[in-house]
Design a protein around this ligand. Structure first.
Ligand SMILES: [Zn+2]
Length: 106
């Protein structure tokens, strides 16, 4: 049985098919329409924390993707945000160089 990707409710009903022939569902709990096997997996807070921990342990993006069963693009995007916030060594580009270059004309 499919579950609602927004609220996780299993209280859904079939709601016809979309253009590519996939089954469309309607969530009776929150009113959302969705198709089966949505391309974007909903990643729980627990999985996000685990992904962050694995990333800090030095696991590769692909390894994290496999362990958690999430898409690689999701991991890339997630760890990009992580490195920006936490300043993980070796992963953060040096933005200072761009500044010094623009300042030399004056
Ligand atoms: Zn719902």
């Amino acid at each position: 049985m499919e579950k609602c990707p927004r609220c996780g409710s299993g209280d859904i009903k079939k709601n016809g098919h979309i253009h590519n022939g996939k089954q469309n569902y309607y969530c009776k709990t929150c009113g959302r329409n969705f198709v089966e096997n949505p391309q974007q997996k909903i990643v729980s807070q627990k999985d996000r924390e685990l992904a962050a921990r694995l990333f800090r342990e030095g696991l590769s993006m692909r390894a994290i993707s496999r362990v958690l069963g999430v898409s690689l693009p999701w991991v890339l995007d997630f760890t990009k945000n992580l490195s920006g916030e936490k300043g993980i060594s070796g992963e953060v580009p040096d933005f200072g160089k761009a500044d010094s270059k623009s300042g030399e004309s004056s």
